[in-house]
Design a protein around this ligand. Structure first.
Ligand SMILES: [Mn+2]
Length: 347
């Protein structure tokens, strides 16, 4: 069954029936998993447990970086296994959530094609070769798709899973600001009465180390404004999630319509693009600025990517950052604007 755009009446039943007698199931998240991929994996695991009585394993690569995400995993007791402790050959069924094959954003080896792909990024041609794929780029989150699956299968959603999916939906749509699609609103309204409110509040407001504030200060200090665009080169990062967080944070500034935040984490240059401009696709901008340099992609208003820096000299790293920022300024139409540091005392 191939699903793209036009969703058939019963995709969840189709997916479940496809697994048949195959026993061992691995559900892969994307790298440095965010709440949407974690919640989607947890939902898929619950579906396999309740419909097929199979215990799926949830896998990931990178780190669960943000304090909120660590709190999500800990409080909702979501078992996740790092790819270093997994062997893909041990599994007969491989599912991928909130990502697609060969995006550079998941640990699945190129030679392996996942059997199931559920995602809300633009469809890729590699995905179209998978046995089952359900890709809905117009959806605000993969959690929305999985909520529909649980409803279709009439599986009871406990407060833990509801909390995870609600948080996945809320963060991926930035509190619905990035999507007001009916499917997302329906899932939001369906899940909200089922969440554990205290747990949810604790997940949203964890303690964060002092270094977190210092990195924010540092990122603001290194921000340069070009008309309605802000670029922040954040240097080395203690966790890769702080680049998208900063990109969201800076985009809320008056008169700013584009943000690009970059930083280095473990020999990778991580970048995050945000826009509030209509008629532009941040995901396409990310692809264009990384063309021939790295991998990336994303949605209409939010996108990201990375460049592998292994083996590059410091000078080559600097050139890479320069090339990316120059391409970005050109694409968004401010290449002739002089950059001004955001913090006045630098002038
Ligand atoms: Mn997502």
């Amino acid at each position: 069954m191939k699903i793209n755009g036009n969703t058939p009446a019963n995709p969840a039943h189709t997916m479940v029936s496809l697994i048949g007698q195959r026993k061992s199931i691995l559900v892969m998240c994307h790298n440095n998993p965010d709440p949407d991929t974690i919640a989607s994996a947890a939902a898929l695991k619950s579906i396999f447990a309740q419909t097929l009585h199979r215990k799926a394993v949830i896998g990931y690569d990178g780190i669960v970086g943000r304090a909120e995400n660590r709190e999500l995993v800990r409080r909702l007791k979501i078992d996740m296994v790092h790819v270093n402790n997994l062997d893909f050959n041990d599994f007969l069924v491989l599912a991928l959530v909130d990502s697609q094959p060969r995006t550079g954003n998941n640990a699945i080896p190129r030679r392996i094609s996942p059997c199931i792909v559920i995602d809300h990024h633009p469809l890729r041609k590699e995905t179209a070769r998978c046995q089952f794929f359900d890709v809905r780029p117009h959806y605000g989150s993969s959690s929305t798709i999985l909520t529909e699956y649980l409803r279709e299968l009439e599986i009871e959603i406990d407060s833990k899973l509801a909390t995870a999916l609600f948080y996945g939906l809320k963060t991926d749509t930035n509190g619905l600001s990035r999507s007001l699609m009916k499917a997302d609103l329906d899932a939001f309204n369906f899940l909200f009465p089922k969440i554990a409110p205290r747990t949810f509040a604790a997940i949203e407001n964890p303690s964060v180390p002092k270094s977190y504030y210092l990195k924010f200060a540092d990122a603001i200090d290194h921000s340069v404004q070009y008309g309605d665009v802000i670029i922040s080169y954040m240097g080395s990062l203690t966790n890769p999630d702080i680049a998208p967080e900063m990109a969201d944070f800076l985009l809320r500034m008056e008169n700013i319509r584009w943000t690009l935040c970059l930083g280095e984490f473990k020999d990778e240059l991580i970048l995050s693009v945000r826009t509030s401009r209509r008629g532009w696709i941040a995901g396409k901008v990310a692809l264009r600025i990384l063309k021939g340099i790295g991998t990336g992609g994303g949605h209409e208003k939010a996108a990201g990517g990375k460049v592998v820096l292994t083996g590059m000299t410091p000078a080559e790293r600097t050139r890479t950052v320069k090339k990316i920022t120059e391409r970005f300024l050109k694409i968004v139409g401010v290449e002739n604007r002089a950059g001004r540091p955001l913090v006045p005392h630098h002038e």
